[in-house]
Design a protein around this ligand. Structure first.
Ligand SMILES: Cc1cc2nc3c(=O)[nH]c(=O)nc-3n(C[C@H](O)[C@H](O)[C@H](O)COP(=O)(O)OP(=O)(O)OC[C@H]3O[C@@H](n4cnc5c(N)ncnc54)[C@H](O)[C@@H]3O)c2cc1C
Length: 506
């Protein structure tokens, strides 16, 4: 990809406003989606990306015939990508193909129990009964409740800006639903799951969904139990060609819509005068825009991107979501016991989250192994697999990461060798490691926190940065660290909400 590419607009927008210009800061999923939407809305858009390539957390790396996705591995709610392309006058299928997974995750417990978490709820409930003894009816009723929670929450908290007054009506409906006692939304995820399910293994499995936005199930509100419905009720998917195909599709969409992409270009500050956004500052230069969308970590913005006279307004730093250490292993051999997504649970789940809350990493963390070559054979040479092995960690606060990486590696070798009955260390041909410092350095996310501020209390949704600056006219926000939250689907939603705010649709 060239460091700068400008394409003549092939699409004339419905709303023609040729003189209106938009700067988008950050070339991750949300920056790309916002840039495409604004270009479609008639803005002349320039996207600034500090790194040498687009994608932010969603990139990949290669080694001798192996390809590794570096960030996201689970693709949910593809309808939001379909919607983005349709809103931009394109068909997603011309850019990206994807398939629904029948088996979402294979779970391995320390006592040898294995559970296949099928996409289909009935099949999953039957599997939980067979492997764990959890009554099917209980699991099915849980998902029914999670669906109700999703259907009630999404229109208020996910689909729109919380600054939108017309949202208040939906909000009052939401409050009424909260009062339904059996929904039990006022406790934590864990407390609810522990009360609902009979078996600790089922509780652990459903508690794990807190990690989907970097939270702690022992602190996060029970409303987040709806995440399991997204994966099992709405389904989990896999893009043909790997997760990187999503980045590539968005990049092509921007190209088609005439977005100017400036790689290796770090925006230092927003240029704000008299509470009006005028443009951005890059080194000694100023570039002027009608409006600017910040699609970078909001903690970075608060720390360094406002003019000095606005910094006193910065809020107290919130608790950050978790980060991760990821080992990319080029593996000799093929491992039929494993599937695309695999979880090896720790024996002491609570201890693991307790350690993260203290800024530490437990000695026996839960392990996630993602093997894209199971679905996309070209990602590893014949007779080999590409393992993405991840453990959740606290965000970077100056811990001795090299020591944690070395210690955790030994544990991974031991635990995976013991469970899979193969000498893992001898089968690794090549390793690269990514830790919270890398995530911080490569994407500008403070502390390498994957999902921005944590969602560990029931007010978290209200405390997230909203998509429009409260006082600076012309400054907007999108991305995983602002409303409505992190992960690809919510990033796509933030791009939509932000563009709608700009267009005065809310
Ligand atoms: C290990 C890992 C696993 C994950 N797993 C999943 C998953 O399975 N499913 C899922 O849906 N999500 C997952 N996520 C989360 C998901 O990747 C993110 O929520 C999403 O990609 C964030 O996109 P974004 O556009 O908000 O920000 P980012 O991807 O962080 O992009 C921000 C971009 O802005 C650039 N930038 C920063 N500062 C500046 C500046 N001053 N000027 C110019 N450019 C700047 C950065 O270089 C970066 O490219 C995972 C993330 C990680 C790291």
């Amino acid at each position: 990809m060239s460091t700068e590419h400008t394409h003549r607009k092939k699409h004339r927008s419905a709303v023609t406003s040729a003189t209106k210009t938009a700067g988008v800061v950050g070339g991750g999923i949300s920056g790309m989606a916002t840039a495409a939407r604004l270009a479609r809305a008639g803005y002349k858009v320039t996207l600034f990306e500090a790194g040498a390539e687009l994608g932010g957390k969603l990139t990949d790396e290669r080694w001798e015939g192996f390809r590794f996705d570096k960030g996201p591995s689970l693709f949910t709610m593809p309808e939001l990508l379909e919607e983005l392309f349709a809103d931009c006058g394109e068909k997603l299928s011309d850019y990206l193909q994807y398939d629904q997974l029948e088996l979402v995750t294979r779970y391995f417990y320390p006592d040898g129990t294995r559970v296949n978490a099928f996409s289909n709820i009935d099949q999953f409930a039957a599997e939980l009964e067979q492997q764990i003894g959890e009554e099917q009816s209980r699991t099915k009723a849980y998902f029914k409740r999670a669906k109700l929670m999703y259907d009630t929450t999404a229109p208020v908290f996910l689909d729109r800006s919380l600054q939108d007054w017309s949202n208040l009506l939906r909000f009052s409906t939401f409050l009424k639903v909260l009062r339904v006692p059996w929904l039990g939304v006022f406790g934590t995820m864990h407390r609810f799951n522990k009360k609902w399910f009979k078996h600790w293994r089922t509780v652990q499995l459903f508690d794990r969904f807190a990690t989907y936005n970097g939270s702690n199930p022992y602190k996060a509100p029970a409303t987040l139990n709806l995440i399991s419905y997204i994966e099992h009720g709405k389904g989990a998917f896999y893009p043909q060609g790997g997760m990187i195909a999503i980045r590539n599709a968005l990049s092509k969409l921007m190209e088609k819509l005439g977005v100017t992409v400036r790689l290796n270009t770090r925006v230092d500050k927003f240029f704000i005068h008299n509470k009006k956004l005028k443009g951005v500052t890059i080194g000694d230069d100023r570039e002027l825009f009608t409006l600017v969308v910040s699609a970078v970590d909001v903690m970075q913005v608060r720390a360094s991107m406002y003019p000095r006279n606005m910094r006193k307004n910065t809020q107290k730093a919130p608790e950050l979501s978790s980060s991760a250490i990821i080992y990319h292993w080029a593996m000799k051999g093929e491992y039929p016991a494993l599937d695309l997504h695999n979880i090896f649970f720790s024996s002491h789940y609570k201890r693991e989250f307790h350690a993260i809350a203290k800024g530490e990493l437990t000695s026996d963390p839960t392990i996630y192994v993602y093997i894209s070559s199971k679905n996309h054979r070209a990602d590893a040479p014949h007779g080999h697999e590409n393992w993405f092995v991840m453990v959740n960690t606290p965000p970077n606060a100056g811990q001795d990461w090299d020591a944690y990486i070395a210690k955790t590696r030994i544990y991974l070798h031991q635990h995976l060798s013991h469970t899979l009955k193969v000498p893992i260390a001898d089968l690794i041909l090549h390793e690269t490691v990514m830790d919270p410092r890398d995530i911080e350095r490569n994407t500008g996310s403070v502390g390498g926190a994957i999902y921005g501020p944590a969602s560990n209390n029931k007010w978290a949704a209200f405390l997230r940065q909203s998509n429009r600056h409260a006082t600076v006219k012309g400054l907007y926000f999108a991305g995983g660290s602002v409303h409505p939250g992190g992960g690809i689907p919510l990033c796509l939603l933030s791009a939509r909400i932000t563009t709608e705010l700009i267009q005065g649709k809310h």
